[in-house]
Design a protein around this ligand. Structure first.
Ligand SMILES: [Zn+2]
Length: 81
């Protein structure tokens, strides 16, 4: 499973309330589904994603991968969110 972390208002994985937590968990699952088949052909690694922003609808994503090819592939897969 692809690891997805959120940084909300500068705090990593700190949610204001249960509703916000559920919203981010839903978003996390969506991202994980989108990247489920993105695995590096060379290194057999999965990408990692970090979402930074202040709400579910205003996240900017950073993608980390084992190599440039993989990172590019993961970015393409993520753009459909
Ligand atoms: Zn790789």
């Amino acid at each position: 499973m692809v690891r997805v972390k959120f940084v909300i208002d500068g705090h990593e994985e700190r949610f204001e309330n249960i509703r916000q937590r559920i919203a981010f968990d839903t978003l996390r699952r969506k991202i994980q589904q989108q990247l489920a088949f993105v695995i590096c052909a060379v290194h057999s690694q999965e990408p990692r994603v970090r979402g930074v922003g202040c709400s579910v609808s205003e996240m900017e994503y950073e993608v980390f991968g084992c190599c440039d090819q993989m990172t590019a592939k993961a970015r393409v897969a993520l753009q459909v969110i």
